[in-house]
Design a protein around this ligand. Structure first.
Ligand SMILES: Nc1ncnc2c1ncn2[C@@H]1O[C@H](COP(=O)(O)OP(=O)(O)O)[C@@H](O)[C@H]1O
Ligand code: SF4
Ligand SMILES: [Mg+2]
Length: 338
């Protein structure tokens, strides 16, 4: 299937928190689509609105948050679906894995029992068949000695094994879309690579679409087809992973690339942090939210909100008032490279 026929399509997604009679916006109208068999990465530092976006897709936003816009999963408009209707889709057509699997696993049920439960919640199969399928899923996520693991409890497993169990549960009903929210942040580098390779393999085998959420651009080059870079609740740059690394246009994207961890002498080292911090919801500056941290900011940046515009031959888009200046190196002395 091509990118022309997305399984997940998000348009103008806005998320706000109720505060008394007022609302405080956290995500300001982002859009993206993902085709079958494709991985879209949503990238940005902590606090940019990535998890809220993920939760909105699955109807898991906190009670004081409200989402508007459109989320289309296969043939269904799913934003705002409540109760049983959303529960039926969740797990069956769209599933999510989280940063810390321990919080999502039930500590008093064995691993096997939880996968069986996930299967039987959506498919009316016999207990014996569910058990057989659960065993096969454990093997499929490459858990060694799956029969032994089947009867163990989550606390008996390592972090990497627990994340594999979460993936097995997510796959239990062959979802069309897998949302992975920082799935490897809590894991060491070697295990991190194994888990992401596993997700890649399963995506290729099943044709599911993957939304990979991460603050680490280093992972994106290897594991994503396309990228959406988020800052302060807005999309600031989108494009193919290849073009984003070859020609990053937004100063924030350049900062993330310069700051990405690299493998050096066995440890991942951050070379250059972006100075400053993501603004909190109540303190987003007017104009470009990145201006206080941006080495290329000028006076107009503090007044005018940059909107996403087409940049480049393919589907690249960028929201920066100065991206054209920054991309004519022979005419511009501005250098953003660390
Ligand atoms: N339940 C909540 N109530 C109020 N603000 C929240 C809540 N959850 C998240 N936020 C705020 O929304 C913003 C985006 O959060 P989040 O989506 O978790 O960011 P990310 O996943 O990119 O780190 C942050 O400023 C965060 O403080
Ligand atoms: S609009 Fe201005 S402040 Fe914002 S990223 Fe572009 S150059 Fe920097
Ligand atoms: Mg998050």
């Amino acid at each position: 299937m091509s990118a022309d026929s997305p399984v997940l399509q998000v348009e103008d997604l806005r998320i706000a928190f109720r505060e008394g009679a007022a609302e405080r916006a956290a995500v300001h109208g982002i859009g993206f689509s993902v085709a079958a068999g494709e991985t879209l990465a949503i990238v940005g530092e902590s606090g940019c609105g990535k998890s809220l976006t993920a939760f909105a897709l699955l109807g898991l936003l906190p009670g004081n948050a409200r989402a508007r816009g459109r989320v289309r999963l296969e043939d269904h408009d799913i934003l705002g679906l409540q109760g049983e209707a959303m529960r039926r889709l969740r797990g069956a057509r769209i599933a999510m894995i989280f940063q810390e699997p321990m919080t999502a696993l039930n500590p008093v049920l064995t691993v096997g029992a939880q996968i069986v439960e996930a299967i039987r919640e959506h498919d009316a199969v016999s207990a014996a068949e569910a058990r057989a399928r659960a065993g096969a899923l454990l093997a499929r996520v490459r858990i060694p000695d799956p029969e032994r693991r089947f009867v163990e409890y989550p606390h008996q497993l390592s972090g990497g094994m627990r994340q594999r169990v979460m993936i097995a549960m997510a796959l239990a009903c062959s979802p069309a879309v897998l949302v992975a929210d920082e799935p490897t942040t809590a894991l060491d580098v070697t295990v991190q690579a194994e888990i992401l390779d596993l997700i890649d393999d399963l995506r290729r085998e099943t044709g599911m679409a993957v939304v990979l959420i991460t603050h680490d651009l280093g992972l994106v080059a290897e594991h994503a087809d396309r990228v959406l870079v988020m800052y302060a609740g807005r999309a600031v740059e989108t494009g193919s992973a290849a073009s984003l690394f070859a020609t990053p246009r937004h100063p924030y994207t350049r900062g993330l690339i310069a700051a990405r961890p690299r493998i050096g002498s066995g440890a991942r080292q951050r070379l250059a942090e972006i100075p400053g911090q993501v603004p909190s919801l109540g303190a987003v500056p007017r104009g470009c939210a990145f201006a206080p941290r941006c080495p290329a900011a000028g006076a107009p940046c503090r007044e005018t909100l940059p909107l996403l515009e087409a940049a480049g031959a393919a589907a690249e888009r960028v929201a920066c008032l100065r991206w054209k200046d920054l991309h004519a190196p022979e005419q511009s002395p501005v250098s953003l490279d660390a």
